[in-house]
Structures are given as C-alpha cells and as structure tokens.
Ligand binder design. Structure first.
Ligand SMILES: NC(=O)c1ccc[n+]([C@@H]2O[C@H](COP(=O)([O-])OP(=O)(O)OC[C@H]3O[C@@H](n4cnc5c(N)ncnc54)[C@H](OP(=O)(O)O)[C@@H]3O)[C@@H](O)[C@H]2O)c1
Length: 338
C-alpha cells in the first residue's frame, strides 16, 4: 500500500486531535511532521512528537499538509498555506482565511466530494457549525430541495481554542469560591452564562456576527446554491465540547418526519437518536469523541408548509475540524489525486 508524508501545522486543540485521528484511522502515513511557532516535544495520546518551527521551506517532500494554526495575517495558513502548495503538497486548511476563495475547494466528504480535484491543491474545511449542519441537511436537500434554513446554534468553548477552555474552568472555580471571575477571552463571562455573539460584526450582512455569515456563505458554496435563503444566530454556551443546533428547514417538496428519519438513518456519517418519549436525543456530552453527526427531535413544523425541525449535535473538534480534514485526505488518496 502506498504511504504518504504528512505535515500538521499547529498543535492546539485541532492539531492534537488530528494526530489522534490519523493514528485511530490508521492513515497510511510514511511520516508525520508537526510544526508550530516554537520548537519542543509534545506528548499526544502517549506518543511523543517533535514540534518544528514552521517556515517557508518546511514543506518540501510532503504529500499533504493539514493546517490547524491560528487564522489571520499572523496565522499559519496565510503565512505558509500557499508555500506548501508551491512545494507540491495538497493543503487542507481548518481556518476561515480562504474558504470563500474561488481557487479553494470547500469540502465535506459526505456532501460534496465531487468538488475535490487534482488541480485545486488548496482545500478548506468549513466552519465547525457549518459542517454538522450540511451533513445533516444534505440527504434531505437531495430528497426534497431546501427552500429556506433558520438555524440557532449552541456552541461550546472548545470552538475558540485552548484559552477559552481554560477560561471556562477558571471562571467556574472562581464563582464557586465566591471570587469575582476574570474575563479575558470573551466579551462576557462564559461560566453560567450564554451570549449570542461569536466572532466580530462585519458590514457585509448588517447586524450579523461573522460566525453567522460563515454558516450562510459556506452552506451556499458547499450546496452550490448561491441564492439559498439562510438565517443563523450563533450562541456561545458554557459547554466544553460539542456544538448543538436547532434547525428549522423548509423544503420545495413535502417531506414527512417519518421519511426524514428513514433517509437520515441510512445516510453516511449520520446517527439518528430520536425517541423523545424515552428522553433519547443527542446532547454534547453524549457525542464527545464520536465521529458521526447526531440528529434527533425530527418533527414537522405545523406553522409552515413542507417544514421540519431538527436538533443536530456533533463533536466540533472531531467532525467539525480534525476528522473532516483527515477524511478529505482519505478521499484524495481514494481518488488517486495523491
Ligand atoms: N476549535 C474548533 O472547534 C475549530 C473548529 C473548526 C476550525 N477551527 C480552526 O482551526 C484552527 C486551529 O484551532 P485550535 O482550536 O486548535 O487553536 P489553538 O488551540 O489556539 O491552537 C493554534 C495552534 O496554531 C499554532 N500557530 C499559530 N500561528 C502559527 C504560525 N504562524 N505558524 C505556525 N503555527 C502557528 C499555535 O502554535 P503554538 O502552539 O506554538 O503557539 C498552536 O499550536 C483555527 O484556525 C480555528 O479557527 C477550530
């Protein structure tokens, strides 16, 4: 079996999970090199990895480089992403820097693997909340055609990175000890609180935060439906891991809850947990560390025709980031693009 030289840039929450996923899925790696901003040894899942400092010439000889560095001008993708492509590697980027760039394929393997090609060597992973939504909606879209989506998210702090996970812990302990908690990462206290604010405001869609705009624009690109009607409200909740979404979706054609349950149950990457009379529906705690996108509370919305309500939960670090990136690399191998 052919084996591949793999690079990982960034070894925060997502990069560390990528190393776990590569090993758990027995990815055919000849070598795995890890890059970040400082040289050191990192222990992940009992295995030691030498971390090298990323530089313009780091990527020579690598077949695929998974980027899990910070976004923006000082982040890894903007600094080194295209350098890695110039070195001959396929790049799979987790950040937001290039998702909407027309040179870049935005891919969820269960939804649009046909957007991968030998030529487009820079591939982006969608935002975590977009990934789980499109995995759950794609089979229903194929069956009945989506007319409009209204989604509200309940997003865990691990979506922000290691500093936010630490902030939730420290604030929770401070409050329990009657101390005034310090606020560093978010604009508000996150312990015992929720707020409808993820990322920053932009002028593009008035009043919407960037995370909401990502869900709208990325979903349109993945479904190749530039005019799809979508509205999103993204909410941060004091949960360590796992994003939940309440989705109200209207279709062109009638689709019953029974049909939707059947379609979703036989679709790849989805697990239906939908027995509300027995208190069975997915929760972030139940899905932590799992690969699938979980769907429950599938019901017909009696206030609007051809409309369903769904509750969708997934592990944001796994399917929302690391796993999706590794699955893309697996499809590249399957299609013999690398
Ligand atoms: N967390 C999620 O749920 C999630 C989901 C989807 C996508 N993402 C995206 O995935 C990326 C990583 O997220 P994360 O949560 O793992 O972040 P994180 O925990 O903050 O880790 C960031 C990592 O990137 C490295 N890094 C930053 N700038 C770099 C540069 N210029 N060169 C090389 N390495 C650099 C850091 O290096 P040092 O360790 O040396 O500081 C660190 O290892 C982000 O773009 C994020 O938006 C995250």
């Amino acid at each position: 079996m052919k084996k591949y030289n793999v690079g990982i840039v960034g070894i925060g929450l997502v990069g560390a999970e990528m190393l776990k996923v590569l090993s758990q899925r027995k990815f055919p790696a000849k070598s795995v090199r890890v890059f970040a901003t400082r040289e050191r040894i990192e222990k992940i899942d009992g295995k030691k990895y030498k971390v090298e400092v990323a530089g313009d010439n780091s990527f020579c000889g690598l077949d695929v480089v998974l980027f899990a560095g910070t976004e923006g001008a000082r982040g890894a993708s903007q600094k080194f992403g295209w350098k890695a492509v110039e070195s001959g590697a396929f790049v799979i980027d987790n950040g937001d820097d290039y998702r909407m760039d027309s040179r870049v394929a935005l891919v969820v393997p269960e939804v649009n693997p046909e957007d991968l090609s030998k030529e487009k060597k820079f591939i982006a992973n969608p935002n975590c909340s977009t990934i789980q939504m499109v995995v759950a909606l794609a089979p229903l879209h194929r069956a009945a055609g989506i007319k409009r989506i209204v989604v509200s998210t309940y997003q865990s702090v691990s979506g922000t990175g290691r500093a936010a996970v630490e902030e939730l812990s420290v604030q929770t302990q401070d409050i329990i000890k009657n101390k005034i908690p310090k606020i560093n990462v978010y604009p508000h206290r996150i312990a015992f609180n929720v707020f409808p604010h993820i990322s920053s405001l932009t002028d593009e869609f008035r009043g919407y935060y960037k995370e909401e705009i990502k869900m709208i624009k990325e979903t349109r690109k993945i479904f190749n439906s530039p005019d799809m009607r979508i509205s999103a409200t993204c909410v941060r909740v004091p949960v360590y891991s796992g994003h939940a979404e309440s989705i109200n979706v209207q279709f062109e054609k009638k689709i019953s809850a029974v049909d939707a349950r059947e379609i979703l149950s036989s679709s790849p990457g989805i697990k239906v947990l939908d027995e509300p009379e027995k208190n069975i529906y997915p929760t972030p705690i139940d899905v932590a560390g799992k690969d699938e996108v979980f769907v429950g509370r599938i019901r017909e919305d009696s206030s609007s025709e051809n409309t369903l309500d769904l509750w969708v939960v997934a592990d944001n670090i796994r399917k929302g980031a690391a796993l999706n990136a590794v699955q893309i690399a697996e499809v590249l191998i399957e299609k013999q693009y690398i």
